[in-house]
Ligand binder design. Structure first.
Ligand SMILES: NC(=O)c1ccc[n+]([C@@H]2O[C@H](COP(=O)([O-])OP(=O)(O)OC[C@H]3O[C@@H](n4cnc5c(N)ncnc54)[C@H](O)[C@@H]3O)[C@@H](O)[C@H]2O)c1
Length: 333
């Protein structure tokens, strides 16, 4: 039977990977992709399925209630996966307003329109809503600690971005508790892979290196992130959407902790191998710049709940997937 899924932000980095995976995995799906196409959204990210009759694209703002209502009235989705967000911490420091509008108001509008439509259609007991959250809602850990955040760790977000994501995350949980909606949350660590907008660390490093421009590194470069391959994250999202327990949060970590400077050296080594240029031509471009205000030191997630209850693992070998991502990104500009 055809099931209609609404994906928001499906022209962005992770959303497009999820859209492509779903279209390949579920022959009977009807997938509606609602995306406003901000600077971070690129329709080419999903061009290989754009003409598929099972796919519908709607250009709209998640915070525009009449536009979202029109989508629910026309397509009656019974699965919602909400990726759409302003996603760059630096931009949230320069201008937080749009982060509150999209990530907080937009999430509440989407939840509320879904709730009303599902009540009217008598889908409240079956339709599911997955909010894509982030490890950044937990705040950071000291570099020297070996602790990892669990789903029960308190929320201590640091930047306007992570605060806006935490607000959306808690709003989704409130719609479960208050209205009985079947909402679920994934909180993932930093994703890497193809189709990422070149303002984020990995594509930015590669783009600058190829252009022979300074490669900026914040502060001492020792901030640690846990890297997760985007395809593995999308498998986790699929598992939680279909089999997770409503009202629950699932951490999705990659178990690949690296300091920013070590990651940059790995990327430049890979680039030198792939282009045949001396590695020194790239490493000499590394330029330390003043630290980002409030820069989180270390993120680390415990994903045991997801692996034990839903049998998920971050299965992609890190170095292979990273090399493939470098190769893909290198060919994309
Ligand atoms: N990238 C990561 O490492 C990471 C890690 C954890 C969580 N997340 C979360 O995953 C989700 C996707 O992240 P990403 O890196 O793919 O983001 P992205 O910036 O690459 O893509 C965001 C997408 O949302 C769309 N969008 C933005 N504002 C919109 C609006 N008002 N209405 C409709 N569409 C809008 C954009 O056009 C774009 O296609 C976000 O919610 C983000 O917080 C990302």
């Amino acid at each position: 039977m055809t099931e209609t899924m609404l994906v928001t932000g499906g022209c962005g980095f992770i959303g497009s990977c999820f859209v492509l995976q779903q279209m390949h995995q579920y022959p009977d799906i009807h997938l509606v992709n609602l995306d406003m196409l901000t600077y971070a959204g690129n329709p080419d990210n999903v061009k290989e399925i754009a003409d598929d009759p099972r796919y519908t694209f709607v250009q709209a703002d998640v915070a525009d209630r009449p536009a979202v209502e029109a989508v629910f009235r026309e397509y009656h989705p019974t699965l919602v996966v909400h990726f759409a967000a302003e996603s760059h911490v630096d931009r949230s420091i320069d201008g937080p307003d749009v982060f509150v509008r999209t990530n907080v108001l937009g999430t509440q509008v989407l939840l509320d329109v879904a709730r009303k439509q599902w009540q009217e259609d008598a889908y409240m007991d079956t339709a599911r809503f997955l909010y894509i959250s982030t490890d950044e809602v937990y705040g950071d850990l000291p570099i020297e600690s070996t602790a990892k955040f669990t789903e029960d760790s308190p929320l201590h977000p640091s930047s306007p971005y992570s605060v806006s994501k935490a607000a959306g995350d808690l709003m989704a949980l409130a719609y479960h508790r208050t209205y009985g909606m079947l909402t679920l949350i994934t909180r993932s660590s930093n994703n890497y892979g193809p189709r990422q907008y070149p303002e984020k660390l990995i594509p930015l490093t590669i783009k600058k290196a190829l252009a022979g421009e300074p490669i900026p590194v914040y502060g001492d470069g020792l901030n640690v992130r846990d890297w997760l391959y985007v395809e593995d994250n999308c498998h986790a999202i699929d598992a939680v959407l279909h089999h997770g327990t409503p009202g629950q949060v699932y951490n999705v970590g990659g178990d690949n902790e690296l300091s920013n400077i070590d990651l940059i050296h790995l990327l430049l080594h890979a680039l030198a191998q792939q282009t045949g240029k001396p590695e020194q031509d790239y490493t000499k471009l590394i330029t330390f710049v003043p630290d980002r205000p409030g820069h989180d030191r270390r993120y680390a997630l415990n994903s045991c709940k997801l692996s034990t209850s839903l049998d998920w693992t971050a299965g992609s070998p890190f170095m292979d997937s990273l090399m493939q991502s470098v190769s893909w990104l290198r060919g994309s500009w």
